[in-house]
Write a protein that binds this ligand. Structure first.
Ligand SMILES: Cc1ncc(COP(=O)(O)OP(=O)(O)O)c(N)n1
Ligand SMILES: Cc1ncsc1CCOP(=O)(O)O
Length: 399
């Protein structure tokens, strides 16, 4: 698949004007309408929009919408220069949804070439067949990792130094092990694997995870109730490699030991598993911890214990978990309203009822966690894609 990625290199991050007004009409009339994505920084977005002031994230969203009206399929407004922001915030807009992509700001003078590298990396990911959102996430992670890796390099006397594209070759393990802070929007479409279902359909856990990611899953949990520890660890390590390549976090169900041994992104624990407080002590502050909660009291305790999110359910009856008492939409709403943590709904959820779940419209309900509607099916990728599109279409919880 080919992609036209246009980085409108007009004003560098250091403020140098690289292309004057004479080229503006060519950008506006010829390049933008053909582009799959354009990736302006704030100054370039402003130049393309007749000098529009861009000082806040809301301004960036307005700019993305206006630029989208000029023809490109996607717009990524890069907010690296945004004043008063401790994070680096970029806004991706595809004409339907806004995605606010945040990452910690890396303080370094070695930023020369980051915009071109981001654009090239997006083009490479799209050429590999990945959807635009995944391509942008992976490209951002690559650039952030390279920036962090090369922040101490001391070359040249100019205001900007170069950053080091070769980090993957030089420090493969460092590149693969960098932990991103937890982003609650990752709970949007939470794919939870099931070893019995994979066996029934004759697929490996690795193929199941790949298919779910290709279909748009935004976070993965390995819930392998029957697996031997050694086999579980081997598959988990392979799945983690795949997830890292796509910028998708991978959590392990119940088994804090396996999560630590494999350097997974975190764990999901239930009320009868290792308490989240103990898991936090073992895993440290960076890893993601989710806790199953059916009541406001449990949600409060999860927050006190240092969890990052809660999984609430079963919302609807399910055959996937035995003797699981359902809480219904009312129970889900009650827990969401009480919870100080982001919530993902679970239990009997699929394409036919996910919209009803998200329509309870509490701001901390961030998505749905799904087992059988994705994995007890012949084509995991198609089912995941259907649910992803349905959730995006319902336009709830996607920003
Ligand atoms: C996201 C999410 N929410 C809830 C659960 C259920 O976890 P638990 O209560 O530990 O039950 P088992 O999954 O272990 O049967 C979950 N796994 N994920
Ligand atoms: C693990 C779990 N916890 C509460 S309900 C449930 C099962 C969810 O599976 P499904 O999506 O197939 O209903």
């Amino acid at each position: 698949m080919a992609a036209l990625v246009v980085d409108p290199v007009m004003v560098s991050t250091s403020g140098d004007v690289l292309a004057g007004p004479s080229i503006l009409s060519t950008f506006l009339e010829e390049l933008l309408p053909m582009a799959d994505i354009i990736t302006p920084n704030l100054k370039e977005a402003s130049a393309l929009l007749n000098g529009m002031q861009l000082e806040t994230v809301d301004d960036m969203r307005s700019a993305a919408r206006l630029l989208h009206n000029m023809g490109p399929k996607n717009v990524l407004v890069k907010g690296g220069d945004l004043p008063d922001s401790s994070d680096a915030v970029d806004i991706l807009y595809n004409g339907h949804n806004f995605y606010e992509l945040r990452s910690p700001r890396i303080r370094t003078r070695n930023t020369h070439g980051t915009g071109c590298s981001l654009a090239s990396s997006i083009a490479a990911e799209v050429a590999k067949g990945y959807p635009m959102l995944s391509a942008v996430k992976v490209a951002k992670r690559f650039v952030e990792t390279a920036l962090d890796y090369s922040k101490e390099i001391d070359i040249g006397n100019g205001p900007q130094g170069p950053f080091d594209h070769l980090l993957r070759l030089k420090s493969h393990s460092q590149a693969c092990h960098r932990q991103q802070p937890f982003d609650p929007s990752d709970l949007f479409l939470y794919a939870v694997t099931d070893s019995r279902m994979n066996k029934r359909w004759g697929r490996s856990i690795i193929d199941a995870v790949k298919a779910a990611i290709d279909g748009g899953a935004t976070i993965i949990q390995l819930r392998e109730k029957d697996a031997e520890t050694k086999d579980f660890m081997e598959s988990a390590k392979a799945c983690i490699r795949i997830c890292r390549l796509h910028g998708v976090p991978l959590l392990i169900n119940d088994r804090v030991d396996v999560a630590i041994a494999c350097d997974a992104d975190g764990v999901h624990v239930g009320q009868s598993d290792m308490p989240a407080r103990v898991a936090r002590t073992l895993l440290g502050p960076e890893k993601i911890i989710g806790v199953s909660c059916k009541t406001p009291e449990q949600a409060e305790q999860a927050w006190v214990d240092g969890a990052d999110y809660i999984g609430c359910g079963g919302v609807y009856p399910t055959n996937t978990k035995e003797n699981n008492i359902t809480v219904g939409l009312n129970g889900l709403k009650t827990v969401c309203m009480a919870s100080k943590l982001p919530v993902v709904a679970i239990g009997g959820i699929g394409v036919s009822n996910a919209r009803a779940v998200m329509e309870i419209r509490t701001s901390n309900l961030k998505g749905v966690a799904v087992v059988s509607a994705l994995f007890d099916r012949e084509c995991v990728q198609a089912e995941t894609r259907k649910l992803h599109e349905m959730l995006l279409g319902s336009n709830i919880g996607s920003t």
